[in-house]
Write a protein that binds this ligand. Structure first.
Ligand SMILES: NC(=O)c1ccc[n+]([C@@H]2O[C@H](COP(=O)([O-])OP(=O)(O)OC[C@H]3O[C@@H](n4cnc5c(N)ncnc54)[C@H](OP(=O)(O)O)[C@@H]3O)[C@@H](O)[C@H]2O)c1
Length: 170
C-alpha cells in the first residue's frame, strides 16, 4: 500500500480543532478537488463526519475507517488496516487510481509508514488553538522535499501559504 497524503497544515503541522479544520483557503480546496477527482480518498471516521453534511466526496471512491461498520450511502466502510489493504487490492488492482489519505490526525499517524508521497499546504502561521497534528515532515529523515511552490496569499483569511511535495526516500 502506497498512499499519497494530502492535508493543509499550520506551520507547526496542526490540522484541526474541535473536529473542524483550522482554515479554509478557496484555492487550496479547489486544488484538493482537482487532484483527488476520480481517484480514491481514504479517511478516518471523524474526518468523514466533518465533511459537508457528512456526505461522501462526489466523483471519488470514498473509504472510511471505523472500528464499527458504518452505514454509508456510497462510500466503503472498513474496520482495520488489513481490510483497507484488501479493499484497495480489490478495487484498484493495477493501481491506476491514486490512493489519497485525506486525514485526520489519528489515521495519518496510524498509516504513517504507508505514506509514499505527501502533498502539504502549509500556512505561514501557528494557530494557538489546535488539538490535532500530524508529524513534522521536515523532521522526518525518511522524507525529502521534492517541490516547493512560490508563496501565495489568501485575501479572505489574510494568510500566506505554500504547496509542498514530500517523497519518501528510497
Ligand atoms: N487540515 C486538513 O487538511 C484536515 C484534513 C482532515 C481532517 N482534518 C481535521 O482532523 C480532525 C479529525 O482527525 P482525528 O484525528 O480526530 O480523527 P480521524 O483520524 O479523522 O478519525 C479517527 C477515527 O478513525 C477510525 N480509525 C482510526 N484508526 C483505525 C484503525 N486502525 N482501524 C479502524 N478504524 C480506525 C476510528 O473510528 P471509530 O472511532 O469509529 O472506530 C477513529 O476514531 C478534525 O479536526 C478535522 O477537521 C484536517
Amino acid at each position: 500500500m502506497k498512499l499519497t497524503l494530502i492535508v493543509a497544515t499550520d506551520k507547526n503541522f496542526g490540522i484541526g480543532i474541535n473536529g473542524d479544520m483550522l482554515f479554509y483557503i478557496g484555492d487550496d480546496l479547489k486544488r484538493f478537488k482537482e487532484l483527488t477527482m476520480d481517484n480514491i480518498v481514504i479517511m478516518g471516521r471523524r474526518t468523514f463526519e466533518a465533511l459537508p453534511n457528512s456526505k461522501e466526496l462526489p466523483n471519488r471512491t470514498n473509504i472510511v475507517l471505523s472500528r464499527n461498520k458504518l452505514d454509508l450511502k456510497e462510500g466503503i466502510s472498513v474496520s482495520s488496516i488489513d481490510e483497507l489493504e484488501d479493499k484497495l487490492g480489490e478495487i484498484n488492482p493495477n493501481k491506476e487510481k491514486e490512493e489519497f489519505l485525506i486525514g485526520g490526525g489519528n489515521l495519518v499517524n496510524t498509516l504513517w509508514n504507508y505514506i509514499d508521497k505527501a502533498l502539504i499546504t502549509i500556512v505561514n502561521k501557528g494557530y494557538e488553538e489546535v488539538d490535532t497534528h500530524i508529524p513534522n515532515l521536515f523532521n522526518d529523515e525518511n522524507f525529502e522535499v521534492v517541490s516547493e511552490s512560490e508563496e501565495f496569499f489568501d485575501d479572505k483569511n489574510q494568510l500566506k501559504y505554500k504547496f509542498y511535495e514530500f517523497k519518501r526516500r528510497v
